[in-house]
Design a protein around this ligand. Structure first.
Ligand code: ASP
Length: 584
């Protein structure tokens, strides 16, 4: 038997027991006749102890152990003289009477302790060592617990976990597919699923009624910070439901996770239309942990001779409460912030509502104190507040002001990771115009149903931007953690949708024929949603990066630096696939 106990379980009540432990040497402390070893496994650390009464051979042996050696230690559990209240096993130590060296180790490239000296790249290259560290191990444990909670919760609601294929047909909508050549069918390719969307809809046609799957998805997108080319979704679909049923079911799941993981209880999650989210927060995923709702100012700022405002499509601002004492330097920094290319504003106007009731603004030349008071009232501002204003084309300005609002939220400490503010954003537009390709795309995906009251607008191309979809996102703390929609289940409407997206009948048939065909055999009304599981884990784990919650993630360039993928393949493999490279 390699061990009788783990390194995390012995307590004072075990004193006197003869036990065997196995694990990794985290640290050896050698004080001459006294030697301590911290022995680590997944469950914790137990201190091993040798002293003057120990066999000198054992002490000699202990001195040969380096970091990360794998050893077995037999001995007696004894009460520690100086206890460590910070460790669960801190009341005891193991007085060793025999060691077995199970395996040696090279000196690890970084220290395997909670705080490591290893940089990101190094830790990724030796991810198997990084995972030995508590913070990483804990993240993977959290992920496991979340997955178990999700499975049990949904299973109790009659959802079946059903696997769908990984080698599927490439479809042109959405992101770019990863493709896999077929050796048996030269010149033909599978795609890896961006999501099991069409399969889960087919499962509804197949009468499975309630489906879920914790499933890997693949998207060959240009890399943005904190995106992974492969990621995991909690993918779900239900039959005979309306939007209300879907929102309630998955709000229930989210609440269950909050309760079990965080001990938090919530009333009904607030809901906001996409239109309001954009108008009041400049984002389809507003962080509502704090206020600073946008205030539109066109009616109170125009016609006072300030050309920039007079000519702007929209003048809009936020009120930073209690910030009237911001210094010149702080205001300059905010101006610099909004002028950065990532934000792209031309400049920023500020109005300080001083504590003595006077005003100081960057537009004093154009606005009298009375004018400024009218603006302040529009904001609902009080003495001591600071108003920050941007202007320009409406949607662009809103998006810029969103960046400024989040920055102010950060500066003022209003984005506390221990506070959770979930929100449903509903009524997304059905279609989105793309300047580059000069056509409409489905904002969610082409299977999303328009709102019944907006369906007629599909017949009028000038109204396409106004069509609202029965589509919804679940947002937490400014992060989109999931989204879904009511699906089209009627072939005629689905056809119309494809036409709207510029597909000919033949093209639609070629790409989506199997789903459309299925719709002719009694497709039930159905709807669903998918959560981004990695992101949900990082949110519950209080970390920013989803990488921390994936055992073997890719780096920001989409590479696995540990295994060295992607990598060229052998000429024989290419020959077998009948693929000739044509590298530029
Ligand atoms: N398949 C969708 C997605 O990946 C989610 C859904 O509509 O259920 O975003």
């Amino acid at each position: 038997m390699y061990r009788t106990h783990t390194c995390g379980e012995l307590r004072l009540a075990d004193a006197g027991k003869e036990v065997t432990l196995a694990g990794w040497v985290q640290r050896v402390r050698d004080k001459g006749s006294l030697v301590w070893i911290d022995l680590r496994d997944r469950y914790g650390i137990t201190q091993l102890f040798l002293d003057g009464n120990s066999d000198p051979k054992l002490i000699e042996q202990a001195r040969t152990f380096g970091r990360e050696f794998v050893i077995q230690a037999k001995g007696t559990v004894i009460e520690r003289e100086s206890k460590n209240p910070n460790m669960p096993t801190g009341d005891i130590e193991l007085k060793v009477n025999a060691f077995t060296l199970l395996n040696g180790s090279k000196t690890p490239p970084f220290t395997i302790e909670d705080v490591s000296d290893g940089g990101d790249d190094l830790r990724m290259k030796y991810r198997y060592l990084d995972i030995r560290r508590n913070p990483v191990r804990k993240n993977l444990e959290l992920r496991h617990r979340m997955a178990m909670l999700v499975r049990n919760y949904l299973s109790n609601l009659n959802f079946l976990e059903i696997e769908t294929p990984m080698l599927i047909k490439s479809t042109p909508e959405g992101a770019r597919d990863f493709v896999v050549p077929s050796r048996m069918n030269p010149g033909e390719f599978y795609a890896l699923p961006q999501s099991p969307q069409q399969y889960k809809q087919l499962l509804m046609v197949a009468g499975m009624d309630r489906y879920f799957q914790i499933v890997r998805c693949f998207r060959d997108e240009d890399l943005r910070a904190d995106r992974q080319p492969e990621f995991t979704q909690i993918d779900c679909e239900m039959s005979f439901v309306e939007q209300e049923d879907v929102l309630n079911t998955f709000e229930g799941l989210a609440k269950h996770l909050f309760k079990e993981m965080k001990g938090l209880e919530f009333d009904q999650f607030p809901r906001m239309t996409w239109h309001d989210a954009m108008k009041y927060y400049g984002s389809d995923k507003p962080d509502i942990r704090f206020g600073m709702k946008f205030v539109e100012l066109n009616d109170v700022v125009k016609g006072k001779g300030f050309g920039l405002f007079d000519n702007a499509d929209l003048v809009v601002g936020i009120n930073a409460e209690g910030c009237s004492e911001y210094t010149r330097k702080q205001l300059d920094q905010l101006t610099e912030f909004v002028k950065r290319p990532q934000v792209g504003a031309g400049g920023m106007v500020y109005i300080k509502y001083n504590t003595d009731g006077t005003f100081k603004s960057s537009v004093d030349k154009f606005y009298t104190p009375d004018d400024l008071k009218v603006i302040a009232d529009k904001f609902g501002a009080k003495p001591g507040d600071l108003m920050l204003i941007l202007c320009g084309e409406a949607m662009k300005t809103r998006v810029q002001l969103n960046a400024l609002r989040l920055e102010m939220g950060n500066q003022l400490g209003l984005r506390n990771p221990d506070v959770y503010a979930p929100l449903w954003v509903i009524d997304f537009p059905l279609l989105e115009w793309d300047e580059e390709t000069q056509r409409y795309y489905a904002m969610h995906h082409p299977f999303t149903a328009p709102k019944p009251e907006d369906e007629a607008l599909l017949d009028d191309p000038t109204k396409w931007s106004d069509i609202r979809a029965n589509a919804y996102d679940i947002v937490m703390n400014g992060v989109e953690v999931g989204g879904g929609s009511i699906r089209i289940h009627d072939r005629t409407l689905q056809n119309k949708m494809f036409h709207t997206l510029g597909f000919t009948d033949e093209k639609a048939q070629e790409q989506f024929g199997f789903l459309m065909g299925a719709f002719e055999y009694g497709a039930p009304p159905h709807a669903g949603l998918a959560f981004g599981f990695d992101r949900l884990c990082s949110l519950f784990g209080g970390a920013d990066s989803i990488r921390d919650f994936i055992a073997f993630p890719k780096n920001n360039a989409g590479r696995d630096v540990m295994s060295g993928s992607p990598a060229p393949i052998a000429q024989e493999q290419l020959d077998e696939l009948q693929i000739a490279l044509n590298l530029k």
